[in-house]
Write a protein that binds this ligand. Structure first.
Ligand code: AP5
Ligand code: MG
Length: 218
């Protein structure tokens, strides 16, 4: 299956992606994670991306499109992929469609996670992540067994630099302005699976799983 997961900052894309890739045996491709990895490794791409990410702004399309187009052509995604955080502009969506057409394939479904803005700020600001394995927690909604420690590998959890309230607000506005038009873009293609992301994590997952299985049987 070739999937996109769409939704504002803090909607739960990464959280649900972990369950989706396990259940449907697809590769998780998160452009945010790719940029954060490059920042950690101090690459040229990382330096360029950081200046935008720290302000809550989008990295320019020309830096993003090539990375994703190259990544989805790799052998290890032959079984399918889940794009998380891409596309984020209509220009990116058009580039993705063109790349898939070149590969004589197409998207199967676009999962659209819908969450009220007030919840998004609380979720993003309370998020903690493992710098080693990328596991995501929330200080109250989804805490680790021992506060501040990753359940998977015992590493000390950190807060993302863009998870401060002012930057989260900018990211939500950027989503409204530049990314939300993709909802209509994919609705017009008949690909959209709307999901109420305001429910608890496990309930959201049940809805996604049922929606994707139903789609596969249609
Ligand atoms: P990116 O990393 O993609 O961030 P984002 O889209 O802002 O989304 P988040 O990762 O913040 O949220 P999420 O939906 O994954 O939520 P999560 O599951 O962690 O992008 C970061 C930056 O990179 C961008 O701002 C931009 O600068 C740049 N960038 C990336 N891609 C780009 C592109 N294509 N073009 C240009 N620039 C790009 O959950 C959040 C918290 O809520 C967690 O604590 C979690 O435990 C909790 N939670 C999750 N679900 C629930 C639930 N149902 N109930 C209660 N709590 C929940
Ligand atoms: Mg994420």
């Amino acid at each position: 299956m070739r999937l996109v997961i769409l939704g504002p900052p803090g909607a739960g894309k990464g959280t649900q992606a972990a369950s989706i890739v396990e259940e449907f045996d697809v590769k998780h491709i998160s452009t945010g994670d790719i940029f954060r990895e490059n920042i950690k490794n101090e690459t040229e791409l990382g330096t360029k991306a950081k200046s935008y990410m720290d302000q809550g702004l989008l990295v320019p399309d020309e830096l993003v499109n090539e990375i994703v187009v190259d990544r989805i052509a790799k052998d290890d995604v032959k079984n399918g992929f889940l794009l998380d955080g891409f596309p984020r502009t209509v220009n990116q969506a058009v580039a993705l469609d063109a790349a898939l057409e070149n590969m004589e394939t197409k998207l199967d479904r676009v999962i659209n996670i819908i969450v009220d803005s007030e919840l998004l700020i609380e979720r993003a600001c309370g998020r903690r992540v493992c710098p080693e394995c990328g596991a995501t927690y929330h200080i109250s909604n989804n805490p680790p067994a021992s506060p501040g420690i990753c359940d998977e590998d015992g590493a000390t959890l950190i807060q993302r630099e863009d998870d401060v309230e002012e930057t989260v607000k900018t990211r939500i506005q950027v989503y409204e302005d530049q990314t939300s038009p993709l909802v209509d873009y994919y609705k017009a293609q008949g690909l959209l699976l709307d999901i109420d992301g305001g429910k608890e994590i496990a309930a959201v997952w049940e809805d996604i799983k049922a929606g994707l299985k139903q789609g596969a049987n249609e």
